[in-house]
Design a protein around this ligand. Sequence first.
Ligand SMILES: [Zn+2]
Length: 701
Amino acid sequence: MLKKTKIFQEKDVLEFYFEEVLELQKVLEYHSDLYYNKDTSEISDKEYDDLLKKLEQLEKIFSDVFLENNLEKKSNKIWAELVESTFKKVKHSRPMISLWNTYNEEDLRDFDERVYKNIENSGWTQGITPTDFSRGESCIHPNNLINYTLEFKFDWLWVELIYNNWKLIQAITRGNWIEWEDVTQNIFQIKNIPKIITYKEYLEIRGEVVMPISSFDRLNKEASEKWEKVFSNPRNAASWSLRMKDNRITKKRDLAFFAYDFWDLAISDSYYECIKNLEKLGFDISSYFEKAENISKVIDKIHNFWDIKKSLDFEIDGLVLKVNNRELWEEIGYTQHHPKYAIAYKFPAEILTTDIISVVHQVGRTWTITPVANLEPINIGWAIIRRATLHNYEECEKLQVWVGDSVFIKRAGEVIPKIIWVANKDSEKIIFPPIKCPSCWTEVLKDEEKVRYYCPNNNECFEQKKHKLIYAVGKQGLNIDWFWKAQVELFLKLWIISDLYSIFKLSEKKEEILKLEGFQEKSVNNLLKAIEDKKNISITTLLIALAISWVGKKTAQELSKLFTSSDDLSDFSYNIEEIEKLDDIWPEISKNMVEFFTDSKNKELFKKLLNILNIEFYKEKIIENKNNIFFWKKVCITWSFWEIKRPDLIKELEEVWWKFVTSVSKNTDFLVAWEKAWSKLKKAEELWIKILDLTKFKKEL
Ligand SMILES: [Zn+2]
């Protein structure tokens, strides 16, 4: 397609034959599909626009021919589709900076001390007598040289609004970690965002879009009734809602915007005054917005904050502390990634007590049976917790947990709540492992070495099958959009699907699905298209989607080396010793692999899969990525980067076949790090290991 694109770019409109115009339509369709549906592109925006313009002219020139032959003009259509269904990628002007995080008072006092030190070093205090300016433990100074503001820390969906000549002219948000998207049309649907303000100059307002917990609950309730996606937290729900192609949906979602940053409101040096002015302009700001004259007062306020937090209808994850005097911001300065005049105090994990009502035994994807406690419902943040895991039966014994006991449960961030210890013994029943599988009534076996109980009926057990298929279509595996857990379960119950193959054949069941309550043509079509798109599949993804016990992403990558052609799948011939030669493959996995791939039922499945899938085997992948510097190299990545999450980095590396190591040793090839990772950096330097910062790293990818 690229070659054709080039030819057409260079050609003048007068040189085109009619047949070529039809070709050009295809070229443009190809590029818009890449850009808007697959989030990638092979040509620049400018080149794309030029081609589109050319097509428009050509369709005009050949207008009669189109009419005579009853052919469709595309230039309008392509354009219309783009406008309606996509967000333009845009640039943002000021860099986005993140804040230092802390969880304790000690750090806050250190922060305060650094602020004073930086001001002193900047020379800003010259001429101020020592009595005016003192620092240290109490940090009290007569002239209120430094005071702080405290406001909510939202961890939501970051949005920048641009105003000029009284009007809201553009809104952008982060598409991914590099690109920014224009979401102006959708932002117009949010009620509490002023579209016209009483300020004429150019003004950028930054803040976050949130979904109230009450709306979130309602949305999830409606979604589960209609077999649609249920969101794991309000943040995801807000993000999804803001990016709806159909902005009428955004309107229904009851989103709200809170402002906390601006560029530039030349009204006052006081940050507090400026934010208060935003309120006058019509923006909602953090409903908790306080001034504190020194760090001790700040800490007092944080202590008193708990009651306020409970009454909020949206989730916040802490408070932000900023030096109020904006004139000082430049003096105090910035590190490469953070401003030094602000810090976020994050709330620690919440621990609460509740009672265990009963214990159920859950069968998972990997045969293992896990005890899960049903709890007296308890509200933690925005979520009502009804269940918590007990991990395994040995753990129950260790903690001495019985049904009826009160227990402490801990929840930090989005992690599944965990029972940590018994608060009060009011025991009714000891928790014993089940004798029969709660799903298929097969007798449960005990794995002596690993202290786990499992259901051996791994081909027929409903619960196992369900979890395997959920895993197969989920993020880890095929990553099929529009295929929710509840749907998998329903389809399995109704015999619409039974295994991986049947998922790929789902289009044959379309009529049947449409007869079910709550399923609409449009969403079913989306699902079927999403499945269709996954038929081009790498062998690694297929290995994950097969949900073989103990085969996760990394193992699948290693194991994929065994599959260089379809023969290796249809006629697996490796023995245990051969498999163990691969890195990090334990005997248990290799034994399992041989069993799995030589099982006659599975062989049947592979045969069918080979018929409908277009599988990329190992060799082909090698040829494609051989020249990349990370190809089959050992790479260590340090924890935190300010603009990208580590899992995202890892994902990008996985694309080019790398090996990930958690610590630096002489066998490491690269260290991707930023300045804060002192110890790893030092070690890497000593060992002459190549160190990359994020920019260099992205360049090499
Ligand atoms: Zn079972």
